[in-house]
Design a protein around this ligand. Structure first.
Ligand code: NAP
Length: 274
């Protein structure tokens, strides 16, 4: 590899993910939907994970209609799933594919934008559970399948507010800080003893339902569509990032992903940087 690896600079070949099995959480909508379609279009066999079977069936049909390799659906509600649900998913995946080459933890919830002083404790627990604990549990149960791959990649979804704290982002920001920690710890544990690499990717601002929830007054038309952000995901999930582990990446230029930056910057929750 020449020069430092930058997934934003990568342009994937049409068949770059051929022969790879890639599982994506939150594949039903937003960024996860776009990345699932892009992976399939680049010849991956995609495992669509989500809580809503009907929405996943729509994505599955889109992949089938595009002529891409057949996808499969795994219904898993990350808020409610129990140990046996994770085990069933892992068993079914191993039985069908025999291994897993890519795992994108994309599903997430925003919770509320509230000062810590007033943050609702049940909401805090739900956000930490979906955004962090469920990603940990799913990774743990899928590690045997990832270790059976010759070149496996785990990608956790980050956020600018999980790299530099910002007022009012509460449990969401804390969950994203923690996901960076989980990624670093796991990468360090697996480096040198497995072919599994582990990184984080901050998509930056994107035109999705979560963004609408965070910034209801914003003109969504000014933001990139998720389909415009898929290239760095393909780079991290595919062979382009072989050997790269324990790193934190951005899908967009710094100006589109920056957090508050300096202490002099606004801490307004409605600031449009994310
Ligand atoms: P989104 O459109 O709201 O999509 C969130 C996805 O997570 C949906 O597929 C949703 O499923 C799924 N999900 C939520 N709760 C779930 C649960 N309990 N079990 C299983 N799946 C669940 O949001 P997005 O903007 O695409 O966000 C994708 C990722 O990017 C998130 O991790 C987010 O934190 C991160 N991110 C987004 C932005 C942005 O500007 N959009 C910026 C930085 C980081 P349903 O379809 O069933 O609702």
């Amino acid at each position: 590899m020449s020069g430092p690896f930058d997934p934003r600079a990568h342009s994937a070949r049409a068949d770059e993910l051929a022969g790879r099995v890639i599982a994506i959480t939150g594949a039903s909508s937003g960024i996860g939907h776009a990345v699932a379609l892009a992976c399939a279009q680049h010849a991956a066999e995609v495992v669509l994970i989500g809580r809503d079977a009907k929405k996943l069936e729509v994505v599955h049909a889109q992949i089938t209609a595009s002529g891409a390799p057949q996808a499969s659906i795994a219904v898993l509600d990350l808020e409610k799933a129990l140990a046996r649900d994770y085990d069933q998913l892992a068993d079914a995946l191993l039985e069908r594919y025999g291994r897993l080459d890519g795992l994108l933890h994309n599903a997430g919830v925003l919770g509320t934008l509230t000062p810590i002083e007033h943050y609702d404790v049940p909401t805090w627990c739900r956000v930490l559970h979906v955004n962090l604990t469920a990603a940990f549990a799913l990774t743990q149960v899928l590690l045997p399948a990832l270790k059976k791959s010759a070149d496996a990649s785990v990608v956790f979804t980050a956020s600018a507010v999980g790299r530099e704290g910002r007022a009012y982002w509460g449990a969401y920001a804390v969950s994203k800080f923690a996901i960076e920690g989980l990624s670093q710890v796991l990468a360090a544990e697996l480096e040198g003893i497995s072919q599994v690499r582990v990184n984080t990717l901050n998509p930056g601002r994107a035109r999705t339902a979560m963004r609408r929830q965070a910034y209801p007054a914003e003109d969504l038309e000014t933001l990139p569509l998720p389909t415009a952000l898929t290239a760095p995901y393909l780079a991290l999930l595919g062979p382009a990032s072989r050997g790269v582990t324990g790193r934190a990446f951005d899908a967009q230029p710094a100006s589109a992903t920056a957090g508050p930056g300096s202490s002099a910057a606004s801490s307004d929750a409605l600031s449009s940087r994310n």
